[in-house]
Design a protein around this ligand. Structure first.
Ligand code: FAD
Length: 421
């Protein structure tokens, strides 16, 4: 019998040895990992979502563009959870935690007891604070319901979309909507897209690509109001007074960590909830993982940050699960991320926080290139566009913590990154 196949004890209705809040990437992986690590006690997985755990990245990519069905984006088949003895409670929100009593309260007033709690609440979409932000036809992209509502709008005739926010999710949504024949405008407050996460070379490349695909990219523009008629969106008014007519608006301006019950219970945290190297919060027996967990990241010179990526949710889940089964290993994982837009596959490795120089490896005109980020001569991150080899070899280079690379060598595409170690 493999560890995966170990029988699990039956959980009493309102108590579990490990309770996990959040059925997203972090929560699902924490449950999987606990069983893989040999944890045999009752596990309960509680989430607000009404459906079993699924992958979020396709919601702004292949799911939204209709290329992947819901079944194909489920993290495990529905039967998996019961097979592993994991008690999944769907459509339930946790409203309060009593860390002394080791209990939590659900929105329907049920009390659930735990020995260990893993909080994997992720985040809620940041809302626009302008008039008209709640009109029919204004969408966010965080869960399946959001994507389904957008797809329904498209099916019922929406043809002109304004995407607010030129971050990864906004740009991916713009690409998915273009693929379906929508007229799309992207409005970004800063003077380039992806400004918070990437260097100028990558921003300009994506702006050009979107424009080539027919997207109206508006930079340095702030939204004044969302306009409507009979309760439904008819356009977006920019602060300068110009109006962009549309019948749907997609807001992609980031998330607010979903940690209110934890903070109310006394956990430390200002941007999310603070965790140590084992993903422990300051509350006894309470762990936090994924998008909501602020941690000192070794790949950011130990700056305290939150990472919003599948990699981080997955690896933190494993760290917390190991700590709970008594195999404590500090969180140490090279950050990586990807984004698909049109036929472009971007893969990033490392974190570019605090970079002081970039080196362009290859020509963006060829639609295959890499941006290397350096800090005091040391490579700290790579953004690789349709450049799989650079991504794989760049990861190795970062893991080896190479102190210095000659920028000229780095720019030479004839020299593979692996030869620079
Ligand atoms: P989530 O997956 O968000 O799960 C949190 C869960 O907790 C949710 O189900 C929520 O409903 C639930 N919850 C919150 N509060 C409560 C409560 N009080 N009670 C009960 N349940 C609660 N990452 C990448 O690496 N690559 C990508 O290409 C990429 N694309 C993305 C595209 C989209 C549209 C989105 C939304 C995200 C994308 N991400 C991507 C980010 C990635 O999906 C997240 O980093 C990851 O899902 C984080 O996992 P998590 O478990 O921390 O949070």
């Amino acid at each position: 019998m493999t560890q995966d196949e170990q029988p699990a004890a039956r959980a009493p209705a309102n108590h579990a040895d490990v309770v996990i809040v959040g059925t997203g990437h972090g929560g699902a992986q924490a449950a999987i990992s606990l069983r893989q690590q040999g944890h045999e006690g009752p596990i309960m997985l509680i989430g607000r979502d009404a459906v079993h755990p699924y992958e979020r990245p396709p919601l702004s990519k292949e799911y939204l563009s209709g290329e992947k069905s819901f079944e194909r984006i489920m993290i495990r088949p529905e039967t998996f959870w019961a097979d592993k003895g994991i008690d999944v409670r769907l459509g339930k929100a946790v409203s309060a935690i009593d860390p002394q009593a080791h209990t939590l309260t659900l929105s329907d007033d049920t009390t659930i007891g735990y020995r260990k709690l893993i909080w994997a609440g992720g985040g809620d979409p940041r809302r626009l604070g302008v008039p008209g932000a709640s009109l029919k036809g204004v969408f966010h992209v965080r869960d399946k319901r959001d994507a389904d509502a957008m797809m329904m709008a498209l099916q019922t005739g929406a043809r002109r979309a304004v995407v607010i926010g030129g971050g990864y999710i906004g740009l991916e949504a713009a690409a998915a909507l273009r693929k379906q024949g929508c007229e799309v405008a992207v409005v970004e407050t800063l003077d380039r897209v992806l400004a918070r996460v990437a260097g100028t070379d990558l921003s300009r490349f994506f702006e050009d690509e979107h424009r080539r695909q027919g997207v109206d990219v508006r930079l340095s523009q702030t939204i004044g109001a969302i306009l409507g008629e009979d309760g439904a969106v008819t356009g977006v008014e920019l602060e300068g007074g110009e109006t962009i007519a549309c019948d749907m608006v997609v807001v992609g301006i980031g998330i607010v960590p979903a940690v209110a019950p934890l903070i109310a219970a006394g956990a430390a945290g200002s941007n999310g909830v603070d965790v140590d190297v084992y993903c422990r919060t300051t509350l006894d027996d309470v762990y936090a993982i994924g998008d909501c967990a602020a941690h000192a990241n070794p790949f950011a010179d130990s700056a305290v940050i939150r990472l919003e990526s599948v990699q981080n949710a997955h690896d933190m889940a494993n760290t917390a699960a190991r700590a709970i089964v008594g195999d404590k290993q500090p969180y140490y994982a090279l950050p990586w991320f990807w984004s698909n837009q049109y036929d472009i596959k971007l893969q990033t490795a490392g974190l570019n926080i605090g970079y002081d120089a970039t080196v362009l490896r290859g020509d963006p005109e060829t639609r295959r290139f890499t941006v290397a980020y350096l800090k005091e001569g040391r490579p700290i991150a790579f953004d690789c566009v349709n450049a799989m080899k650079d991504y794989v070899q760049g990861r190795k280079l970062l893991e080896r913590e190479v102190e210095r690379i000659d920028p000229e060598l780095l720019a030479d595409t004839d020299v593979p990154l692996k030869e620079m170690v």
